[in-house]
Ligand binder design. Structure first.
Ligand code: SRM
Ligand code: SF4
Length: 639
């Protein structure tokens, strides 16, 4: 069965036609790149994504009737978040010279450069590739950056296997077309690392073990992807038992390294069908956690991954892109049919899962011994944005440290960075460089900030309906104030925010998730567990950013009064249930019940407005809340 013959009988989506006509990802990008324009055509941008770039415009600068302020976002592909020093220094330079002056660590362990002009795209991509990086396949309908726990534990073989296999799965599923090198490097194939011979062999083996179907197809350039690549993006992660730093249950494919008593690799537990993207008011789209599929021996892992890829390649929905992720195939078929079909490509049956300890959230921030006498340091980067801003000069500090000590870096799945192979003698000076540049040590951070993530949203993301990265810091301040007010001064839990329902900062696996729903308003999600193994559920709709405190206050009061000892906020909301949470909010604090956006506007004189604004900022509360409280108190006096 070829992917082409497997295309559904319903009309394939436009992107399928563009892929088919692209001559394996070459056109129209190659032709349009040579044109003296500020941007590509819409068709071209679809193919450009496979090369790791998105056409964007600065939405703050939109003026009706005028051309958009176009620029390009570039995303790196670096399995397990690995950034060698040479690449980091290059990215830092490129951000200043051709980008917006910042780098952004992503939720899948890559870096993004924003603000690159079309005329500079080739220079920037070529520089990345020549300095041990790549952007190939960081976006588009194929396997995305493969995640792995960033911790460099040198005395833990399982962690080393996770890194190795993240690299190998990434190599196995890298597109083979020459388009990338032809367009960006004039045909010069620059390889940043040798592929493992097993990967080369696995890619070339024409038929895996498949009995009925072939995972590998006869195609001159793309033996796995064929002409049409995947129906949609495809995401994999490799981790070790107990470590859920990679948000395993959000992945299309999650592999858990299984070792024997001597720490030698035996095989992998396999999970499939996670995915978070959804669309508001379209019930047929939903966030889904991955199912356990089975266990596979080490020797068979490549054939199994190929079999899963081939199943989605051949049966995934190519007509409706909203229904094209593998999670919908598994949902529609059921796990049994999915497993049987995978086995028909694989040629073997999957074995029962190996027992595992519970998964835990890990962020590896702060200083740690790495098991060989050296140290590693996890540095919190607020919402992944590596920047200089006034006295806070994280970008300069990181550049200085990486350059001076030639330290390797791993980007973490929580938008932070981790430097490693640090000699103990360097600890003090590195810590001093950071504090001299205004970078707080993790012990000084509010844990709410440490545990939080926000996607970029406005002004770069074309899909954002409201703010995310730019407002989360102030919302965290407000939440901390609320927690103090209700008697939970030191409470901490996982908070994630996105500017639309696509879920880029994985809000559906947060204990408290804010999902952009309309301008300045969020859907509030509650009830995921603190270790990201259970999905949250939508609790309140269209809560205006100024009214968040009104919804959250009774929830926190309820939590303080009725939690079990040691119970986390997410577990509490899940145990009590949303009906009870809503009832409590209505009964206990009628005025503070979820009310959606403030309904009425009242005018105040300038001087009052200025004082109100100052007090709201000082208290970390919204102006609506303070005005409502003040008016309420006045009215009570009068009544
Ligand atoms: Fe994402 C689209 C940013 C991780 C689900 N994502 C986008 C785009 C490219 C917007 C667009 O299509 O025009 C965003 C660019 C914004 C900008 O200005 O930079 C964008 N996604 C991001 C990043 C940078 C968010 C971050 O805060 O770090 C992450 C880049 C990861 C990387 O290095 O590869 C990012 N995106 C995710 C994740 C989380 C993950 O992969 O672990 C998800 C949810 C998991 C999943 O895929 O199910 C995610 N992004 C989406 C979706 C919804 C996909 C779906 O199945 O419906 C879109 C929209 C789409 O594909 O149509 C999207
Ligand atoms: Fe853009 Fe939405 Fe992703 Fe945020 S979640 S980066 S707004 S696509």
């Amino acid at each position: 069965m070829s992917p082409t013959s497997a295309l559904p009988t319903t009309k394939p989506s436009k992107v399928e036609r563009l892929k088919e006509q692209s001559h394996q990802l070459r056109e129209p990008v190659a032709t349009e790149l040579l044109q003296d324009t500020t941007h590509f055509t819409e068709d071209s941008t679809q193919i450009l994504k496979f090369h790791g770039s998105y056409q964007q415009d600065n939405r703050d600068n939109r003026i009706k009737g005028q051309e958009k302020d176009y620029s390009f976002m570039l995303r790196t592909r670096n399995p397990g978040g690995f950034i060698p020093p040479q690449l980091y220094i290059t990215l830092d330079d490129l951000a200043d010279q051709y980008g917006s002056g910042t780098l952004r660590a992503t939720t899948r362990q890559g870096f993004q450069l924003h603000g690159v002009l079309k005329k500079n795209l080739k220079t920037v991509i070529a520089a990345i590739v020549k300095n041990l990086g790549s952007t190939l396949g960081a976006c588009g309908d194929l396997n995305r950056n493969v995640m792995a726990p960033p911790a460099p534990y040198r005395n833990r073989k399982d962690y080393a296997y996770a890194w190795d296999y993240a690299d190998r799965i990434a190599d196995l599923l890298t597109p083979q077309t020459g388009a990338y090198y032809e367009i960006w490097l004039d045909g010069e194939k620059v390889i940043s690392g040798e592929e493992h011979p097993d990967v080369v062999a696995a890619r070339q083996s024409t038929n895996g073990n498949g009995t009925q179907n072939s995972a590998v197809i006869s195609h001159p350039e793309e033996p796995l992807y064929g002409t049409h690549y995947m129906p949609r993006k495809f995401k994999c992660a490799v981790t070790v038992p107990g470590d859920n730093s990679v948000d395993l249950f959000s992945q299309d494919v999650g592999l858990v390294v299984i070792t024997d008593d001597n720490g030698e690799l035996q095989g992998f537990n396999v999970y499939a069908g996670g995915g978070l993207g959804r669309t508001h008011n379209k019930e047929e789209t939903f966030a889904r956690v991955a199912d356990a599929i089975g266990y596979v021996d080490q020797a068979d892992i490549y054939d199994l991954v190929k079999a899963i890829v081939a199943t989605q390649r051949d049966y995934g929905d190519r007509a409706n892109r909203r229904h094209a992720r593998m999670k919908y195939l598994i949902h529609d078929w059921g796990v049994e049919k999915f497993r049987t079909t995978v086995e028909s490509y694989f040629g073997k049956t999957l074995q029962p899962l190996k027992p595992l300890p519970p998964f835990r959230y890990e962020d590896f921030l702060g200083w740690h011994e790495q098991g060989d006498g050296q140290l590693f340091l996890g540095i919190s980067v607020q919402n992944g944005r590596v920047k200089d801003d006034g006295n806070f000069r994280l970008k300069t500090a990181l550049r200085h440290i990486v350059e001076q000590y030639q330290l390797p870096m791993r980007i973490t799945p929580h938008q932070n960075v981790l430097l490693y192979d640090i000699a103990p003698a360097q600890k003090l000076v590195i810590q001093t460089i950071l504090s001299d540049h205004g970078v707080a040590s993790v012990e000084m951070l509010d844990p709410l900030e440490r545990l939080s993530m926000a996607c970029p949203a406005l002004p770069t993301c074309g899909l954002a309906v409201t703010e995310s990265e730019r407002v989360l810091p102030s919302i965290l301040t407000r939440i901390r104030t609320l927690l103090k007010t209700v008697g939970l001064p030191d409470e901490q839990f996982v908070i994630r925010m996105t500017g639309c329902p696509n879920g880029c900062a994985r809000p559906y696996l947060a204990e408290l998730g804010f999902v952009g729903q309309s301008p300045e308003a969020y859907q509030i999600w509650l009830g995921a567990d603190p270790h990201q193994t259970r999905l949250a559920q939508p609790f309140a709709d269209r809560v205006h950013v100024n009214d968040l405190d009104t919804v959250l206050t009774p929830l926190f009061v309820n939590f303080r009064q009725n939690r079990k000892q040691g119970e986390s906020f997410g577990d509490f909301c899940n145990r009590v249930g949303f009906d009870a949470l809503r009832q409590f909010s209505m009964d206990a604090v009628p005025a503070a019940a979820p009310s959606g956006k403030a309904k009425y506007r009242i005018g105040v004189r300038d001087a009052v407005y200025t004082r109100l604004k100052a007090i709201a900022a000082q208290k970390g509360l919204s102006m609506t809340d303070i005005a409502t409280q003040a008016i309420d108190a006045y009215l009570k006096q009068e009544e």
